[in-house]
Design a protein around this ligand. Structure first.
Ligand code: HEM
Length: 144
């Protein structure tokens, strides 16, 4: 039962996290059509501030709940690379860690008042793409 609760928590966090990224990359740019540049900038600033509160906590929950579930499939008894499920789960973990590192980098630039590398302008698009791959891996790993 507790495992099921952890899966549900993991799934909710994934929905909130990727839902926010989806809105940012796909839905919100539509506002540009009806807002002036200044208004659009103000709206994006407010939304980014909210994102900075939501992103780290949902990713932390994803990593903690994911880590708990991970130990069911990869442990000293079952080994690490003994099945395709384990290999796909490891790829999923690496992709999630790349996203988490990007968030840590972005937050540290904000706190240290440093200008992030220009490539970070595309970070949300990258997260959306990688997030979709992670979801596919999460389901496909049980059937290959
Ligand atoms: C961006 C980060 C992540 C996203 C978007 C994500 C998303 C998902 C989704 C959608 C599922 C399917 C849940 C279901 O059964 O309906 C899932 C399952 C799973 N995730 Fe993640 N995940 C993330 C990070 C992680 C991490 C860091 C780990 C491991 C340390 C992990 C381990 C797992 C495991 C083991 C399952 C299978 C659960 C089961 O059905 O038994 N996830 N994940």
């Amino acid at each position: 039962m507790s495992y099921t609760l952890v899966v549900i928590l993991h799934l909710f966090s994934a929905i909130i996290f990727l839902g926010f990224v989806f809105a940012d990359v796909i839905v919100l740019p539509a506002m540009k059509k009806v807002l002036t540049d200044k208004e659009h900038q103000n709206v994006m600033t407010v939304i980014s501030n909210r994102a900075r509160k939501i992103f780290p906590i949902t990713v932390l929950i994803l990593i903690l709940t994911g880590g708990y579930m991970f130990s069911k499939y990869i442990n000293s008894e079952l080994g690490i690379f003994n099945s395709s499920l384990q290999i796909l789960l490891l790829i999923k973990l690496i992709l999630a860690m790349i996203i988490a590192s990007g968030i840590v980098y972005s937050l540290s630039c904000k706190f240290l008042k440093k200008t992030p590398n220009p490539i970070m302008k595309h970070f949300h698009k990258f997260v959306l793409l990688v997030g979709i791959i992670i979801i596919i891996l999460a389901k496909v790993m049980f059937v290959v």
